[in-house]
Design a protein around this ligand. Structure first.
Ligand code: ADP
Ligand code: MG
Length: 700
């Protein structure tokens, strides 16, 4: 049995395989669970092995195939061990052209194949080398002169360690041939024809095995994924996603969440205590949420509002509506620091009201934590506040009516799934995020959420002035900060982000703290330190001192990134701002400008700056609007990272591109509606083809 046959046998549930890294295991790592999924395992790109570029015409910067005779081959040791091979060609007029092939890792048999006099055909990216054009790690094979060329483009598939392109090509071809049903249409003729789409079978066949001798323009379109064959695949993928989201919504509509009518009594008392009037935007979203909570269909609403727009009080009002209705509420935050802030704020707002809040902190002594859990389990405590992690361990809340997730964008999609698995399905959910979701994302991944937007900041805020300052002028900034502190200002000083090493980041924080305390600002201001490795109680003590104004400069790692609210703080200094992402910079800057004082955000950068870093700093300098920043962020980073897909490790849309295929997303949405209304069987077949075992994920 060949590997390929083995895989299809395994996929059909045939002969049991011995444990180990079988072909089926490797394919599973690529998301190919069923044999028929291979049909949708489409090329990443194509290589052109149909043409030979004469050596004399090889140009730096191109990816090409060429051929020549080995004239020299040697192992060099500088700067490190490498195999260097020179191929040449002499033309009719005696002109000589050559190319260097360079291998930093190679097998003995490769070295042997490249013997002097051998004729080799090579493929790769030509770059400028020390001795003229060269290709590093070319694909190559020994040929006889005049050996036939490929007649069509060679697909290159996404793959995984130990799975070669040849094998993949073979198993895919076999899967395509195995069952004509795999190429059949799932969509009704009229849906396809009205949009002038290619037939599914034609499109798939074209992408796996492009016909011979394609025009240059067609090749380009294939690579850019603008070719109609790609359009059809992207369309189908998006339709599947829309169908899945709609199916999920329909299922949600059938579930029964508690109807939270509320009485308004507690809400009224809260409003009397907070010491401010709700903004019009806050009133509007509060009404939207209140309306949802009164229905039995579980709410799934995303509350979007820029940093500082006042989401917490809106969440508190929603919570009270649930509590007035005799239900419990869970309030989750991504970090301990933020959870603690919420807890304190809510506790002070609700002090004296008949509401018991349970504080679920990882730092509480086991006994107290146990007690908090017991109070929640018995229903005596109605309100639980804690980190997401704590809730994931499982907290028993028999009368849970509403779950609130703060800074939702910080949780990956996979984490959202885990939550749903915890039996929250029957509760209302309110998610809050300061990172606005760009429209294309809202139409796709979040299409099952209703969205409320806080598009107004509370009055009395002064806009934050952003300055971008070269690290070389750091001394001036230190002096400036010292002066402002002496005049009563409070400052956050954020340490450089060191992604690779938390330890190093910590050391930097400690060093910066020492520098500012001893050298830069001696005797002028109290400098505090806050970092992720401190015990929660220590962190809380430092934050308290900062809130009380006893600390002038708070040196901090990004633990303060989200949610922290100290209105008197008016200066934010960020070291090595070039290392931070846009969303982070925006969040950090949002920590100031919360009070009446004129606020500043000082971004220190060090040269040289990468293009991306330059682009980010420009955006953050030019815009204070979270929506605009998120849009730019999407353009710079791409949607995968935006969604936290990197953390979850699962790619979401494989073919469609959220930035470029906006129009297609809209068409797919219409088509999905049409399918559900008129062709439910087709909708079913389409989902089965596209989602197979992954349905649960796409629903998230
Ligand atoms: P975010 O939306 O970033 O979570 P917060 O809920 O932390 O914002 O609110 C930011 C600050 O604004 C808090 O100090 C909060 O008490 C205050 N605040 C909220 N709403 C209003 C309002 N309508 N008027 C004045 N201040 C408000
Ligand atoms: Mg907040």
């Amino acid at each position: 049995m060949t590997e390929a046959q083995a895989s299809s046998a395994a996929a059909r549930g045939g002969a049991p395989r011995k444990a180990g890294d079988t072909l089926a295991d490797k394919l599973a790592r690529l998301g190919v669970a069923r044999d028929e999924d291979l049909v949708l395992h489409l090329p990443l790109r194509y290589e052109d092995h149909t043409r030979l570029v004469p050596l004399a015409q090889v140009k730096v910067g191109e990816t090409l195939q060429t051929e020549g005779t080995v004239v020299d081959v040697d192992i060099a040791y500088r700067p490190r061990r490498q195999l260097v091979c020179r191929i040449e060609e002499v033309d009719e007029r005696g002109g000589r052209a050559g190319l260097t092939l360079r291998f930093f890792s190679f097998y003995p048999n490769q070295q042997k194949a490249l013997e002097q006099g051998a004729r080799v055909r090579v493929y790769g990216d030509v770059r400028e080398g020390y001795f003229g054009p060269e290709i590093v790690h070319p694909q190559f094979r020994v040929v006889h002169e005049g050996a036939p060329l490929e007649d069509r483009l060679t697909p290159v598939y996404p793959t995984t360690a130990g799975l070669g392109q040849e094998t993949l090509r073979k198993v895919i071809a076999r899967s395509l041939a195995a069952d004509p049903g795999r190429l059949a249409e799932t969509l009704p003729d009229e849906v396809v024809r009205r949009r002038a789409l290619w037939k599914f079978g034609d499109a798939v066949t074209f992408l796996h095995t492009p016909p011979p001798r394609l025009a240059a323009l067609t090749q380009k379109a294939l690579d850019a994924r603008t070719h109609p064959a790609w359009t059809r695949l992207k369309f189908d993928e998006l339709v599947a996603q829309q169908l899945s989201l709609k199916a999920h919504r329909a299922a949600r509509a059938k579930r029964n969440a508690p109807v939270l009518t509320g009485t308004g009594v507690l809400q009224k008392q809260l409003l009397a205590r907070v010491g401010f009037e709700l903004t019009r935007a806050q009133q509007k979203v509060t009404r939207e949420i209140a309306h949802d909570l009164k229905r039995s269909m579980p709410m799934q609403r995303l509350l979007q509002g820029d940093v500082g727009s006042g989401k917490t009080v809106v969440a508190a009002l929603a919570a009270l509506q649930a509590i007035e209705s005799g239900r419990q509420v869970a309030f989750m935050a991504p970090t301990e620091l933020l959870a603690e802030q919420h807890y304190r704020k809510l506790a002070s707002w609700l002090d004296g009201l008949p509401v018991e809040i349970a504080w679920l902190s990882g730092s509480l002594p086991a006994k107290e934590r146990k007690r908090a859990r017991e109070r929640l389990a018995s229903g005596e405590a109605q309100f639980a506040v804690g980190t997401h992690a704590l809730f994931q361990e499982g907290v028993e809340m028999p009368r849970l009516g509403l779950a609130i997730v703060d800074e939702q964008h910080r949780f990956g999609v996979a984490q959202r799934l885990a939550l749903r698995g915890k039996g929250l399905a029957e509760a209302h959910q309110l998610m809050m995020s300061a990172t606005p979701i760009p429209r294309t994302l809202a139409m796709t991944f979040y299409a099952d959420l209703d969205v409320s937007v806080l598009d107004e900041l509370p009055p009395g805020r002064t806009p934050v002035v952003t300055r971008i300052v070269n690290q070389k002028r750091r001394a001036e900034i230190v002096d400036h900060v010292g002066k402002r502190c002496e005049a009563g200002a409070q400052v956050y000083w954020v340490c450089p982000l060191i992604e690779e090493s938390e330890k190093l980041e910590l050391q930097t924080a400690v060093a910066l703290h020492a520098e500012l305390t001893a050298a830069a600002l001696p005797g002028r201001v109290v400098v505090g330190l806050l970092h992720g490795r401190m015990k929660p109680a220590e962190k809380a003590a430092v934050m308290d001192a900062f809130v009380r104004g006893e600390i002038g400069v708070l040196v901090a790692t990004t633990v303060i990134e989200v949610g922290v609210d100290v209105p008197n703080a008016s200066i934010m200094v960020i070291e090595h701002a070039e290392r931070f992402g846009l969303a982070q910079l925006h969040q950090l800057r949002g920590r100031v400008g919360r009070g009446a004082a004129e606020s500043q955000c000082i971004l220190l950068f060090e040269e040289p700056l990468s293009e991306t870093a330059k682009a980010r700093l420009k955006v953050i300098y030019e815009s204070t609007d979270g929506f605009e920043i998120a849009r730019q962020d999407l353009a710079i980073r791409g949607p995968g990272e935006f969604l936290g897909a990197r953390q979850s490790g699962v790619p979401m849309l494989r073919f469609a591109d959220l930035e470029r295929d906006t129009a297609l997303i809209e068409q797919a949405r219409d088509a999905a509606d049409e399918l559900i209304a008129k062709f439910p069987d087709a909708a079913q077949a389409h989902l089965a083809r596209w989602l197979g075992g992954r349905a649960e994920f796409i629903r998230a």
